[in-house]
Write a protein that binds this ligand. Structure first.
Ligand code: FES
Ligand code: FES
Length: 155
């Protein structure tokens, strides 16, 4: 069966079982390998993409149920070849270790920061409740996120 998907602003075709998890179609068919399949059970957040702007675990979403939606993977964020302010903050604060969790974190935090550009520490913590990192301390990740607002406030 052919499933047409709108990913990062482009129409892409997938030929196969419509129940194939979206994360596998992204990674294996479309070679968009930013989203990571780690737990495959909806717990870790590493596979998060935006579906119609909402952070969604792509391991739980059958590709065949994603047609007609606007899907954004981390490859579709910002300007090609440039880091977003959030990605730059994570880089500048040296918090990315193995990197498996960070595409998902960025996809969760991007719409969160768009809606709430100057969050509190507690709000960032709550926003990340569905994203697990086993390498970096969460406090440092939150520091990095909060540094974006601090930078904008610094003349
Ligand atoms: S791989 Fe999808 S939530 Fe963990
Ligand atoms: S940097 Fe390794 S899981 Fe987060």
């Amino acid at each position: 069966m052919t499933v047409m998907l709108r990913i990062n602003g482009e129409e892409r075709a997938f030929y196969g079982d419509p129940m194939t998890p979206l994360v596998d179609v992204l990674r294996e068919t479309l070679l968009l390998t930013g989203a990571k399949a780690v737990c495959r059970e909806g717990f870790c957040g590493a596979c998060t993409v935006l579906i119609d702007g909402v952070p969604t675990p792509s391991c739980l979403k059958p590709a065949g149920l994603s047609g007609g939606a606007e899907i954004t993977s981390i490859e579709g964020l910002g300007i090609e070849g440039e880091l977003t302010a959030l990605q730059q903050a994570l880089e500048d604060n040296d918090v990315v270790q193995c990197g498996m969790c960070f595409p998902g974190m960025v996809m969760t935090l991007t719409p969160f920061l768009a809606a709430k550009p100057d969050p509190t520490r507690e709000e960032v913590k709550q926003a990340l409740v569905g994203n697990i990192c086993r390498c970096t301390g969460y406090e440092r990740i939150i520091d990095a996120v909060l540094s974006i607002g601090n930078k904008e406030r610094t003349p």
